[in-house]
Design a protein around this ligand. Structure first.
Ligand SMILES: [Zn+2]
Ligand SMILES: [Zn+2]
Length: 133
């Protein structure tokens, strides 16, 4: 699943997704909403998923929004998400957190291997290597 379900909605704003991003817990949010959640908590710490309360250490924009890369709004969200991933993605959260993230990361990696046209952002690839190391 590279994009949220069409009949699903963002649990933060309760409307349909705008530039959906998937967190490492596999929940989807609008790019803007999850960034709001982060800014309302502490920006020096990763925010927790509003649904499952797991710490969010990775955000991945959906495929549909990535295809709209010429869109300035998408570019803005991508930039914020990359900053977020840089801040919190490289952090070691202990083995348990890494093991929990692994299926998600491997799924993304596997898809990339099956479809070389799609390239996985470098930060995620790095995360996979850190996680399996
Ligand atoms: Zn939203
Ligand atoms: Zn969650």
């Amino acid at each position: 699943m590279d994009d949220p379900l069409a009949d699903d909605c963002c649990s933060v704003c309760r409307s349909s997704f705008n530039i959906p991003c998937q967190a490492n817990c596999s929940h989807w949010f609008c790019g803007n909403c999850i960034m709001e959640v982060w800014h309302h908590s502490s920006t020096i710490q990763p925010c927790k998923c509003p649904l499952c309360r797991r710490q969010i250490t990775l955000l991945v924009p959906g495929e549909a929004s990535l295809r709209r890369h010429h869109d300035p709004e998408v570019a803005e969200i991508k930039r914020k998400v990359q900053t977020y991933n840089r801040l919190f993605g490289g952090r070691s959260n202990g083995l348990i957190q890494r093991m929990q993230d692994l299926p998600f990361l491997l799924r993304r990696l596997l898809r990339e291997l099956m479809d070389p046209q799609r390239s996985l952002p470098l930060v995620i690839r790095a995360r996979v290597y850190i996680a399996v190391k």
